[in-house]
Design a protein around this ligand. Structure first.
Ligand SMILES: CC(C)(COP(=O)(O)OP(=O)(O)OC[C@H]1O[C@@H](n2cnc3c(N)ncnc32)[C@H](O)[C@@H]1OP(=O)(O)O)[C@@H](O)C(=O)NCCC(=O)NCCS
Length: 375
């Protein structure tokens, strides 16, 4: 193939057919199966959105009730997984732990090596339910606390916050968190979803595809950015230090975490909702400092380089104000995006063809093998 066919980073390349998610990067519009993200954020719940992504239609009340009960029933993980969480060194990051434990879960899954569509759906629902348990249980274990037993009466959002503290969250915090889960649930062919589809396309298993996706999400150019955003805000410390900090980043050609996007050329619609939450939560707790700093960074990034914030920018002060540990920000992303990953994995498997592109070879045209003694 010709040199000019190569597109670094696959920018603008159509690499899958999908009916799950659509992004209009120029208009700043995001839809899940045609429904605008703002509409879902206002009216839906994470459970309903996950059902919609997975099964392709908004559930009727009885379908939603059954799905919610199924998620609640599947929340617990086997005792061996708790043992694994206790065995990992305290230096392990929550994303490493999530990746490792998700991989281990495949060995204990009741559907085992059954790779039928029905088994894959059951595994998918189970993984959506279990991701929150893994994340919150590990956080408690590393703090020397016992994991709390998942409470089957709670929603996914409540369950996450309850899993950290052992206390039922205030309804308004739970609702903000629920909307955050909706906003992170899918995003077309982002890097982790693409990784999941590539793995699924080899006819490997659902757990392998999700494990690979978690690895891809962890990187700072993808889901790892939300943690970096908060670390940046903490490092800056005060509103009056923002400008010098941002200018220094630009002068050194460094990136500001939580800004820029491969697809959006305008405001990320998820950031619009999250910005509102960041301000509202700051006002609720009487500390708008993080929001004000974030807003100032937003103004400077636009003024200096026409950069817009992405989903990871305002989610960081939101999660921080909800008292969530900073290194759990990216695992939260995974607890939500798991619904999109499995929807894409199932879609890939139902109309599969091995994903296997080409590389533009840049190595030597012809080289001789040199015996070890002559090197
Ligand atoms: C998301 C991201 C990886 C997209 O990357 P991409 O499509 O490959 O775009 P590029 O990295 O090539 O950036 C294009 C230009 O915008 C600039 N840019 C993009 N994001 C930037 C950022 N966050 N801070 C400063 N400059 C940025 C680049 O420096 C580059 O400028 P140049 O053309 O003058 O060299 C990139 O915007 C980024 O690294 N953002 C920070 C990490 C982040 O928030 N990730 C979460 C994504 S949801």
């Amino acid at each position: 193939m010709a040199h000019e066919d190569f597109i670094k980073g696959l920018e603008g390349v159509l690499a899958a057919q999908s009916s799950i998610c659509f992004i209009d990067g120029a208009a700043g519009r995001l839809t899940y199966r045609g429904i605008d993200i703002q509409d879902l954020a206002e009216n839906s719940t994470f459970e309903e959105t996950a059902y919609f992504l997975l099964f392709g239609q908004l559930p009727k009340q009885d379908e939603l009730d059954a799905f919610t009960r199924q998620l609640q029933a599947e929340r617990e993980v086997p005792p061996e997984i708790y043992t694994l969480l206790r065995t990992l060194p305290p230096t392990a990051t929550p994303m490493e732990v999530l990746r490792t434990a998700t991989s281990a879960l495949s060995a204990y899954d009741p559907d085992g090596h059954d790779h039928s569509d029905a088994a894959n759906v059951r595994k998918s629902v189970r993984l959506i339910a279990q991701m929150t348990t893994l994340t919150t249980a590990y956080d408690r274990i590393r703090r020397g606390l016992e994991p709390v037993k998942p409470d089957p009466s709670l929603s996914m959002a409540e369950s996450f916050l309850y899993g950290l503290t052992g206390e039922k969250p205030h309804p308004s915090s739970a609702r903000v968190f629920d909307v955050c889960l909706i906003l992170h649930a899918d995003h077309e062919l982002n890097a982790s979803t693409f990784a999941a589809r590539v793995i699924a396309s080899t006819l490997s298993d659902v757990h392998s595809a999700v494990t690979g996706a978690i690895g891809a999400l962890a990187g700072s150019l993808h889901g790892g950015a939300n943690q970096r955003v908060l670390e940046m805000l903490l490092e800056i410390g005060e509103l009056d230090k923002v400008e010098a900090y941002v200018d220094n980043l630009f002068a050194n050609k460094k990136k500001i975490m939580g800004f820029g996007h491969r697809v959006y050329r305008t405001m990320d619609p998820r950031a619009t909702v999250l910005r509102k939450f960041a301000r509202q939560l700051g006002e609720d707790v009487g500390n708008t400092k993080w929001y004000e700093m974030a807003e100032r960074i937003e103004q400077l990034a636009f003024a200096r380089k026409k950069l817009y914030p992405n989903v990871d920018f305002f989610s960081a002060p939101v999660f921080y104000t909800l008292n969530i540990p900073v290194d759990l920000f990216t695992p939260i992303f995974a607890c939500s995006r798991i619904s999109g990953w499995v929807a894409h994995i199932l879609e890939q498997l139902r109309d599969n063809r091995l994903i296997r592109p080409l590389a533009l070879y840049t190595g030597a045209e012809k080289a001789e093998y040199i015996p070890m003694s002559d090197r």
